[in-house]
Design a protein around this ligand. Structure first.
Ligand code: AMP
Length: 496
């Protein structure tokens, strides 16, 4: 058996692995439950042989049991997002053509029809967990383990495929760099269809025999109550969450604030990533919690890449140095490495780097140059330390830690009968990092009803992709060759 988390878990046996809305579960219970899920999925076969299995379960023990169960059956785990409307769920079903879909009974209405229409085996997670355990196959670490969907500069989201070896490399790099041990206890509040929550929080905790406490959804007040309760050692979140926590702290009474801050001070490490951490947020968080947030940089395709140090000085506005096992090179447009002080594209190599985009050989090929993955992010090295300058494309927006494609949103909006032209941009925002804004030119005679349009979009796009603002324009700013000039559009929006 080579799914490396499994032998680790055997070792931790009766220790608590997961604290979740459903209760407390030991590593032994997780091993047993995942074996039952695996046997259920195998349904008499000996190995799922890298067939994708999609699953939709709320954050909690069942989620982890499904993920491990799919792995143990030899399948590829494809977590579906709770935030995705039917349209986006169907996209993933069509793109992966899974062997089966597993859904928590509370969410069965979300997948029932789409699965039926595709003649897909649809199973309930409760049924899977109740199945008798049977033999499971040996799964080589080189095999595909997970597909996570991520937005790119072109059209629809792509499935990022990582192998068991990739995931193990991503975990061990962070365990070493951030000093994870079995004494740790982390709060998981991040979405579990994104790498940050899946690997940095959950998988790292389970690798070392720590406790992962899963909250069903982010709620600033509940997170503060838990932090104030004490006993946590680690916390990881995106900048938007820190902004919301600061806001809740400021609204609390002096006595409550004192308790909240004390809870933070008892932790050993607080980490921020998935989007740029504004220096004022870092500074305010230091006053609130006593912690200098450790900022790191990473990406679904490569896991974590650059990190400020666990010990030693963390530099505000900087993302530190390459993590263990990760090779980083900044290059110019021609692919030649650039020297210190010169901005270049971050390119990455190492065992943490993903295998391929699912069913997209051409896009996979284009994503690499001479074995180095091209991130599309621009950085500069100053005194050896990396600073992120931005992205090479204005069409990638980072909002609340989510990466979204302006082109995907534009494509969706253009399907609306009243919209003639549209351009979507990310506009700087103190809470969201970037706010998704849509500039629209309406068809003759059609008016813009922003609320109705947002409601229409919500049926087609994940909530975090729905434009926060929709603005009517007579015409969009265009450059000499007639292309919408997004930098000009952003300036106009900021001035308005
Ligand atoms: P995702 O694949 O959704 O995790 O998004 C990865 C992207 O998030 C990267 O390519 C960067 O553009 C951005 N990102 C992640 N961490 C940071 C950071 N610390 N500072 C700035 N941008 C970041």
């Amino acid at each position: 058996m080579s799914i490396l988390l499994i032998p680790q878990a055997e070792h931790y046996d009766e220790r608590t692995a997961i604290l979740a809305p459903e209760g407390a579960f030991t590593y032994r219970q997780l091993l047993d439950a995942s074996r039952r899920v695996a046997s259920f999925l195998l349904d008499g076969a000996s190995d799922l042989k890298e067939k994708p299995v999609v699953f939709l379960t709320p954050p909690g023990f069942d989620y982890v049991a499904m993920q491990w169960g799919i792995w143990r059956a030899g399948g590829i785990a494809v977590p579906l997002s709770l935030f995705h409307p039917r349209f986006e769920l169907e996209y993933v079903l069509d793109d992966t053509s899974p062997a089966a879909a597993v859904v928590h009974p509370d969410l069965s209405n979300r997948l029932g029809r789409p699965a039926e229409e595709r003649k897909l085996r649809l199973a309930s997670s409760t049924e899977a967990l109740a199945h008798p355990a049977g033999p499971v196959p040996a799964v080589a670490t080189s095999r595909r383990a997970m597909i996570l969907y991520t937005s790119g500069t072109t059209g629809k989201p792509k499935g990022v495929v990582t192998t068991h070896a990739n995931i193990a490399a991503q975990i061990t790099s962070l365990v070493e760099a951030w000093g994870w041990t079995g004494e740790d206890r982390i709060l998981e509040i991040l979405p579990l269809h994104h790498l940050h929550g899946i690997v940095n929080v959950m998988a790292c905790a389970l690798w070392v025999g720590a406790v992962c406490e899963i909250h069903p959804a982010f709620d600033a007040r509940k997170v503060w109550d838990r932090i104030a309760g004490g006993g946590l050692t680690l916390f990881m979140a995106v900048p938007t969450i820190y902004v919301k926590l600061i806001d809740a702290w400021e609204k609390a009474s002096p006595a409550e604030r004192d308790q909240m801050s004390r809870g933070c001070r008892k932790m050993r490490l607080m980490v921020s990533g998935s989007a740029a951490l504004p220096v004022p947020v870092l500074e305010r968080w230091k006053q609130v919690s006593g912690h200098v947030l450790l900022e790191r940089y990473g990406m679904t395709e490569i896991g974590m890449c650059l990190s400020n140090p666990l010990r030693g000085q963390r530099q505000p506005g900087r993302v530190g140095l390459p993590l263990p096992g990760v090779e980083v090179r900044l290059t110019d447009v021609g692919g030649a490495p650039v020297g210190a002080g010169t901005p270049g594209e971050i390119t990455v190599r190492g065992k943490t780097v993903f295998l391929e985009y699912w069913n997209r050989a051409e896009e996979t090929r284009k994503a690499f140059r001479d074995g180095w993955f091209l991130t599309g992010d621009i950085a500069v090295q100053e005194s050896g330390i990396y600073r992120i300058l931005g992205r090479s494309s204005v069409d990638i927006i980072k909002t609340g830690g989510y990466k979204v494609s302006a082109l995907e949103i534009e494509e969706t909006l253009l399907a609306h009968p009243d919209i003639k032209e549209c351009a979507v941009v990310g506009v700087a925002d103190s809470t969201w990092g970037e706010r998704v804004v849509a500039a629209l030119v309406m068809r003759e005679g059609a008016g813009l009803d922003a609320d109705a349009l947002r409601a229409w979009s919500k049926e087609r796009l994940a909530s975090y992709k729905v434009p926060k603002d929709v603005l009517a324009f007579k015409e969009l700013p265009r450059n000499a060759i007639g292309k919408v000039s997004k930098p000009d559009l952003k300036k106009i929006i900021l001035r308005s």
